[in-house]
Design a protein around this ligand. Structure first.
Ligand code: GLN
Length: 495
């Protein structure tokens, strides 16, 4: 274990300022850890040369007194969904083999402008479709956490890190990156954070630019930070966010200094507890964690209120119509002509067919077929239009709830991390992972997951806070109270 890789970003920034170590030393410590733990398969592409030269440039800026960026000299990983100029970007798919973008996504460009150092590109479910990282063409990333010796197959069972930002979560938890970018269409930041004892926020839709991020479901996708503390997420979101004229859905509102929101004072704040999230058969451990969260916030002076989100039960079916519908349209561009893989055929049509048949994995094909079906002339009204109406009702539930409360507290996931292959041939079981998170994307709201405890098998569990649109500040403030109360200091063994 290297001391340097155990620092939070906030602490590392202090260390860099005080010249206790250089960015090059910090970066070398991470590059060594990445090499040592390649078995986790967290990275698809490592960029050590780029990392060293970016770190040296950061050290030079600091020597000249010009290190003004929010993340100057901090080494991070990038989910392989973000286009990075000249660096392989696969979205976890075979169909993007060899794709080296000639442009940089706005979010990553913002991070580099703030002085962050790129360690490499992180593993993920193919096109961000999945909850376990098992749909990646590059093989699954593994969770650095293991079950305690005696429980369910014990410590030999490889666990998933969640998905789709599984490589990001595994890397942050295993100290193979200080922090990482993620994207969240239905839970892909929050669920893997909950599975790995890390912290991540899906900001309000429109807070971060989607320009240069490989599209999955454009009306739901949003980028966000994944890190090892609430404060680190606040710092990194400030570096990522902002209006971008290149993305017409990016919203032109001021980005507050999120660190200023971390006052610890939540007296008088109203916290909603949605009845509908207490699902039949909810695991007693998750129910207890949720009760603990309520008790912590009450003890800190918040007022707890039961609320109703009556259309919650329609959220998963609604999501699994809208997301595949948008995906089927977005993925039409992979035709063997413009990007990556091409399998030659005798005719143009045959080339399309062979390329898409070989290039897409099973889950992606399933979604393209579902999406095409629900958008087809005979079924559009019955499925897609109905789903759009339900989406409006789900959003309205939140608007009503936020008349009475300032923030909503729920569990992040219905279970702890599960074993590789345990759910992979049952798509419905896999889709249930998102039951607490998809509502937030459908309504375009911000949601944060904070590690809140360990279950009886020694695996991390997370609590989710949901806020009003563009009120990430309240999520950070309350999230930090949860973080302090939970006092989650556990680290996966061996990291
Ligand atoms: N697990 C969900 C899905 O498979 C969400 C994925 C995501 O947020 N990108 O669609």
């Amino acid at each position: 274990m290297s001391e340097l890789t155990h620092l939070t970003m906030a602490a590392a920034l202090e260390g860099l300022k005080a010249k206790k170590f250089s960015s090059r030393e910090l970066t070398d410590a991470y590059l060594a850890a990445m090499e040592k733990h390649r078995g986790l398969n967290a990275y698809i592409t490592e960029t050590p040369d780029k990392a060293r030269s970016m770190a040296e440039a950061a050290d030079q800026r600091r020597a000249k007194g010009e290190a003004n960026g929010l993340m100057d000299g901090l080494p991070i990983g990038i989910k392989d969904l973000f286009c990075t100029e000249g660096v392989l970007t696969t979205a976890g798919s075979h169909i993007l083999d060899g794709f080296k973008p000639t442009y940089e996504s706005t979010v990553t460009a913002n991070l580099w402008r703030h002085g962050a150092v790129m360690l490499g590109k992180l593993n993920m479910d193919e096109f961000a479709m999945g909850s376990s990282n098992e749909t990646s063409y590059h093989g699954p990333a593994t969770n650095p956490w293991k079950r305690r010796g005696s429980a369910q197959g014990g410590s030999d069972v490889k666990l998933v890190p969640g998905g789709s930002s599984g490589g990001s979560a595994a890397a942050v938890a295993a100290r193979l990156a200080m922090a990482a970018t993620g994207t969240d269409t239905g839970g892909s930041i929050r669920q893997p954070c909950a599975f790995t004892g890390t912290t991540g926020i899906k900001p309000t839709y429109g807070r971060c630019s989607r320009w240069g991020i490989v599209a999955f479901a454009s009306s739901l996708d949003q980028a966000g930070p994944m890190a090892r503390s609430v404060e680190d997420c606040a710092i990194m979101l400030n570096a990522m966010a902002g209006h971008d004229p290149k993305d017409s859905t990016s919203v032109d509102v001021a980005v507050p200094d999120f660190r200023k929101a971390l006052t610890g004072d939540i007296r008088g704040l109203k916290v909603g507890i949605p009845k509908e999230y207490r699902l039949d058969g909810l695991s007693p451990e998750i129910a207890k964690l949720w009760d603990d969260g309520v008790a912590w916030l009450k003890a800190a002076g918040a007022e707890i209120k039961e609320i109703n989100l009556p259309h919650t039960k329609y959220a998963l079916p609604t999501y699994y119509i809208i997301a595949p519908a948008e995906a089927s349209s977005n993925l039409a561009r992979y035709d063997g002509v413009r990007f990556g893989l091409r399998v030659p055929g005798k005719t143009l049509d045959e080339m399309y067919e062979l390329t898409r048949a070989a290039g897409f994995g099973k889950e992606v094909k399933r979604r393209v077929m579902i999406g095409t079906y629900v958008l087809s002339a005979g079924y559009y009204d019955a499925y897609y239009l109905k789903a759009q109406r339900l989406r409006a009702l789900i959003a309205r539930d939140f608007t009503e709830a936020f008349k009475d409360v300032d923030v909503i507290l729920t569990p992040s996931t219905p279970s702890a991390a599960f074993g590789v292959d345990e759910n992979s041939d049952d798509p419905i079981a896999m889709y249930l992972n998102d039951v607490f998170t998809v509502t937030v994307n459908l309504a375009g709201l911000p949601g944060i997951s904070v590690p809140a405890g360990l279950d009886s098998q020694g695996l991390p569990l997370g609590l989710q806070l949901i806020g009003r649109a563009f009120d990430e500040e309240t999520l950070f403030r309350v999230g930090q109270v949860v973080e302090k109360s939970a006092n989650f200091t556990a680290v996966p063994a061996g990291y």
